[in-house]
Design a protein around this ligand. Structure first.
Ligand code: UDP
Length: 373
């Protein structure tokens, strides 16, 4: 055991944690609490990674896209509640197809709006009629979507939105992406099935700030291999970047945000509106104040139009493109990663996985258990 840390005598830090997002923050907290000396670095000028939020006109703005915390994992829920309270927000986005509004996720309200049906039986009959065109197990997102909700909903609410979001034909995308969304035979617009849901009171940044309390953090700091004298590295950046793209670059989707402060108290009446037709170039508009139930007492509102784009070097990567080609490429990098003594890869970018926040935390806690015995 070292004099300041626990791993080796000649190291300044036990763990260098690259990335001050959720994975990095949970790992750093747990390692620190177990007596290991940690340094967290991040190339950005702030902590919290893509869940970073900052106040604008008294409204917490989700700077890198909306994040709604939801989980069915009690351990994770208790864990995050150590650092923040959550409000009772439920995500109930509205889809806008050429001016027609539909409730999401796909539920009795949507079926009523789409077909005029009033009962679950009538809705199911419509879906069954339309899903008959798919024979056998769905092989891609298009087949999966039609087999879940039928062709009408696929065409108005899924096809063009998904193609905007992923820049690919729905036949070239994996089925699991659409299985993220519930299909419900009840009048229930809650986007998630999980029992625990909400937005941190005071914002995500404050939650991560509290996780990192008392831990050394260096911002505006690029990772350079070997520069910091640490026993081990926890790397939460893109795994292909870590290896200098030696097998080629993994593909990501990136996002572009246009944020505007408006001189009106309520722009769209909901936190998220998805624009599901190709005619509108952005995928959605987020009106941030609705995450916090702010009403007319704040005469201003902040909205963000979200555009999806291909990732180019220099852009922020947001979504791993988990098609077969990229998955194979990732596995080659993962193979290198597994052999790399002294480095743990974690998080959405380090593991090239379409993780939600709760899964990132669960995975970080699992790594903690494996690593910090
Ligand atoms: N999706 C869709 N229409 C919508 C919302 C979502 O077709 O109005 C599809 C789309 O393919 C998307 C996937 O469902 O990529 C998962 O959506 P989710 O909201 O989980 O995406 P995220 O919140 O990660 O952006």
């Amino acid at each position: 055991m070292g004099s300041i840390g626990k791993i080796e005598n000649n190291k300044t830090y036990d763990y260098l944690i690259v990335g001050a997002g959720l994975f990095g923050a949970v790992f750093a907290r747990e390692a620190t609490d177990r007596g290991y000396k940690c340094l967290v670095i991040d190339r950005r000028s702030h902590i919290a990674g893509n869940i970073y939020s900052e106040p604008v006109e008294g409204i917490q703005v989700h700077k890198y896209g909306p994040h709604i915390f939801h989980t069915d994992n009690e351990e994770v829920w208790e864990y995050v509640n150590r650092f923040t309270k959550f409000n009772h927000f439920r995500y109930e986005p509205v889809a806008n197809y050429k001016g027609e509004l539909y409730n999401l996720p796909f539920n009795m309200n949507t079926f009523h709006q789409m077909w005029g049906v009033n009962t679950p039986e009538e809705a199911q009959a419509r879906i069954d009629e339309q899903r008959a065109e798919i024979k056998g197990a769905p092989r891609n997102l298009e087949e999966q979507a039609i087999s879940l909700v039928g062709r009408d909903i696929y065409e108005k609410l899924i096809k063009e939105y998904t193609e905007k979001q992923w820049g690919r034909d729905c036949k070239e995308l994996p089925a699991f992406i659409i299985r993220r969304l519930p299909v419900r035979m009840r009048f229930d617009n809650n986007y998630f099935n999980h029992p625990y849901q909400g937005i941190p009171v005071g914002g995500y940044t404050r939650m991560v700030e509290r996780m990192l309390k008392g831990i050394e953090v260096r911002l505006n700091t690029e990772y350079k291999a070997g520069e910091i004298n640490a026993g081990k590295t926890v790397y939460t950046g893109p795994i292909d970047a870590y290896y200098g793209y030696r097998f080629g670059a993994l593909e990501y989707r990136s996002l572009r945000f246009e944020t505007e402060v408006l001189d009106k108290p309520n722009y769209q009446g909901c936190a998220g509106m998805n624009f599901t037709s190709h005619e509108v170039p952005y995928t959605r508009i987020v009106e941030h104040k609705h995450f916090e139930f702010q009403d007319d007492s704040n005469p201003k509102t902040v909205i963000t139009r979200e555009y999806s784009k291909d990732w180019q070097p220099g852009d922020e990567p947001y979504y791993p493109v988990n098609d077969a080609k990229n998955q194979e490429l990732f596995q080659r990098y993962e193979g290198l990663g597994k052999k790399e003594a002294g480095v743990i890869f974690g998080g959405r970018l380090g593991e090239y996985k379409y993780y939600d926040m709760d899964k990132v935390i669960a995975r970080a806690l699992e790594v903690v258990r494996e690593e910090l015995k």
